[in-house]
Design a protein around this ligand. Structure first.
Ligand code: GLP
Length: 243
């Protein structure tokens, strides 16, 4: 097993600053890097910090490309809870990244297989993901790769787990409004990234973080596959650190 490089920070704000350092260092050495981006509440302090540094002239997004992990099936790009809208609101609308250099799976696609294949092809055409940002779900999902009997390889459609629908209902008017399916990069897509940055904050993530790196590797806890990635940085706050 390959252990991640672990950085334990005081709180989510410090996580945001330390994670932003990882992005800043990459973008300085590779101005046209491909970033793999994530949504959820965990990355918000990071995006706030990236916007700040971009406005201060420390990070230049003008040549950066980005590919997001996932999107809800059936939500349009301007739906308030779509992940495309999340990215526009938290990052893209505030930095110099070019719209044509950002991709998020198309929640409204009518041809799932073609959309997923095109998504993989675009990532490859851009030279592969340099830095893949990940949060983690309470059941160990990364992107929307839910507990399963195998590790799915490429971008695909998934049925969301009950636990995920429950956890994400806070963003919707009611649980019935939460989409029941999504599109996500596969575990293979994620594992192909040159570097993975996992960010975890809050005491409610402590147990799943322990299982992720200090438990058996199993598709029932999808994040455990990261034990086999040769270049993982884990940034977690004290509340989430299992020891
Ligand atoms: C969603 C996203 C994941 C994210 C997870 C945890 O299900 N698809 O990418 O990591 O939620 O979200 P949070 O950071 O809000 O706990």
């Amino acid at each position: 097993m390959i252990h991640p490089r672990i950085i334990v920070v005081e709180n989510p704000e410090e996580m945001g600053a330390v994670a932003a350092d990882q992005f800043e260092a990459l973008i300085q050495t590779k101005p046209a890097a491909l970033l793999g981006l994530a949504t959820g509440s965990t990355p918000i302090p990071l995006y706030r910090e990236l916007v700040k540094r971009a406005n201060e002239g420390k990070i230049d997004f003008s040549r950066i490309r980005s590919a997001n992990l996932d999107e809800y099936k059936g939500l349009s790009p301007d739906h308030p809870q779509s992940y495309r809208k999340f990215m526009q609101d938290h990052l893209f609308d505030h930095v110099s990244i070019k719209p044509e250099n950002t991709i998020v799976p198309d929640g409204l696609t009518e041809d799932v297989d073609a959309m997923c294949a095109a998504y993989e092809a675009q990532i490859e055409a851009w030279g592969g993901v340099d830095l893949q940002l990940l949060g983690i779900g309470h059941d160990g999902h990364i992107g929307f790769n839910e507990p399963d009997d195998h590790f799915p390889a490429m971008t695909h459609e998934v049925k969301l787990a009950e636990m995920t629908i429950e956890a994400n209902k806070r963003f919707f008017d009611s649980v019935d409004d939460v989409p029941k399916a999504a599109f996500t990069m596969g575990i293979g897509t994620i594992m192909a990234a040159r570097k993975v940055l996992l960010i975890v904050t809050g005491a409610d993530k402590k147990e799943i973080l322990r299982q992720t790196f200090w438990g058996p590797v199993t598709p029932q806890v999808p994040a455990t596959i990261l034990q086999f990635h040769p270049n993982v940085v884990l940034i977690c706050d004290k509340a989430a650190y299992p020891f």
